[in-house]
Structure formats: structure tokens, C-alpha cells
Design a protein around this ligand. Sequence first.
Ligand SMILES: [Zn+2]
Length: 373
Amino acid sequence: MNNIPEWNRASEPSAQPVNSKSRDKSAGKSAKRNSPITIGGVTIEPGQRCYVDLPLPPLYTHTSVAMPVHVINGKQPGPVMFVTAAIHGDEINGIEIIRRLLATKALNRLCGTLIAVPVVNVYGFVSQSRYLPDRRDLNRSFPGSEKGSMAARLADTLMSEVVEKCTHGIDLHTAAEGRANLPQIRVDLDAHPELLSLAEAFAPPILLDSATRDGTLRGAAGDLPLLLYEAGEALRFDDLAIRAGLKGILRVMRHLNMLPAGKSGERRSKPWLANNSVWMRAPQSGILRSRIPLGGIVDEGVVLGYISDPFGEAEQAVISDVSGVLIGITKLPLVHEGEALYHVATTSSIKSAAKAVDEFHLEYEQPVIKRLK
Ligand SMILES: [Zn+2]
């Protein structure tokens, strides 16, 4: 545990840890003082913030490994929210989002509890890899188990020590290595229609209504309201994605009354809800020249890019089968036939999609991307 200015240090590991499942999540509404919370055997009283290390399987070098968790327990009661990043170890934008979040002064007036886990997949982060040393994808290993694979054990630690103690969650991701994503929130509105208001409070340019995959944290969270934020690319800091992510989390916290209301008149883009998305794939192997940037609005039949051989011969166009917004793009121009190149969120209303993307870029003072024909 480290001392944090302005807050008290939490007690040493409690002899009688609070049972997480007995923590009354609705108690905050009537009680005036927040409840203590116990994570990793450390009890954090109301008004305290501290780091807790959750032990993980050590390296074979005998080096111990722990998942670092930062807990801020507000004096006043309210929701208990986790923010996780780097479940895929090379997706580092979220780590910077959490660093900026923890430095936010408004957290001194937090109602409820914030549990920030900037590096969930510690092994992947150290080796700059999406995966765990056992080559498993942690985000296909939830909810995990105490006696399962290494990935399952790590998933179980996060579930039992963090997720099960929370009322809300935000999980931060980027595109996989070699690709970039336009900032977007993914929600399964069929299963969780109540997430729409939370996602709109975050206010990304795009809300993608997508089914939950088995083994993901989003799937394991069950009824717990969880937003999945996707923005930027792996192993890179993307300033727009980071600023939009931080602002979105703070807006959600204000929406849940965890933080005092923001300034009135704040510019907020209205997200555009996409019900479907399609990947455009490489029609042949070769070297790709993209024509349309991330966030670009595309019409059906438009040329997204050209693939040719190194001599500029045997050129073939990559054509969009649908109209929509380019929400994901490959950054590596060396492609094989069949490779996913452009991720297009589809729309029947190009106008409203274009407006949402334009408003978002104006909010963050980025140049507006022109619609290309
Ligand atoms: Zn990810």
C-alpha cells in the first residue's frame, strides 16, 4: 500500500474481512455514510484510498506477480464501479485513461466506490502481448475458476475480488495489434436495454449494439451494467481515444451521481446507434493503400482502398458492400487475401451517422473528416 495525499491510508489486512457478497449495494440510498469495502484482504474505510496487490501465479524465475488495484472509497454512499484496462496485455490506451482518471480532483468528492485496475493481464503487459504465457486469450476465459488454467485463475481473481463487489463496470480496450478503432461503446441492447442511458451518458460517436461473446468479461458480468469501450490501437497511445475515454467515464460517474454535476452547457455529442457491422476483406494478397480514414462515412460501392503487388501491377479495389461509418481499420498495409481490412458499422441513415461523427470531432477539436465519394 502507498500513501496518497489528501486521503487516509487503509487499514492493514483485516482480521475479519467484510464478506463481499453481504455488502448491501442498495444501503447507500438511505445510509449517510458509505460502507467499508474489503479487497485482497485489505479493508478500505469510507474516505480512504489505497493500492492493493492481488497475488497471481509467480513467474518461473521465482519472481512474484500481482494485479495492482487502486481503490477509492468515498465518504458518501453510492454505486461501486470498476474500471479495468489491459485485459489484452498490449492494449495500453486504457492504462493512461485510468492514470488520468485517478489524478482527477473531483474524485475527492466521490459518492460510492471506484475500483481501478489499470493492468489486468500483467503477464501480457510485460511481454507486450495480447495473450497470457499459456497462449490463452484472457477475454475468452471468464468467469474462470480457482483451479482452472492460468487464464481461468486470473479471470477468477478479477471476478471474485473486483467484479462481484461492484454495481457497475467499464472495461477499456483498443483494436488488436495492427488495427485501430474509432472510439465506440459496445453494448448488447437485446440482453441489456437499460445500458442505453449509461452508454449515451458516455457519449462516444458510435454505440455498436453487438451480441456478447462467450468467455468475455462482458458476458461473465451477467446482469451487472458493463460498458465496453473500444478506441485506438494496441501498443500506442492515441490522444483522442484517451481524452474521449476519460471524459466518457467521468460523464458516466456524474450520470450515476458518483460525482457532482459538471458545468452546464458542456458540449456533448449525441452518439449514433449502429445495429450491425461488417468487415470488408482483402480480395487478393498484396500492398494496401487506404483511401478513407478512420471515422470516414462510406456509401455502398465506394472504393475503400487499393491492393497491388510491389510493382503497382495487378491492382484491385477494395469496395464497400454497405453504407456506414468506418469504425475499424487495418494499419499494416501488407495483407493476405481474406484478411479483415475495414470494419464498417452499417446504417440506413448516413446523415445521422455523419452528424454524430462530426459532432464528436468538433467536441475534441479534431478536424472534421469529409465524406468521400
Ligand atoms: Zn481487447
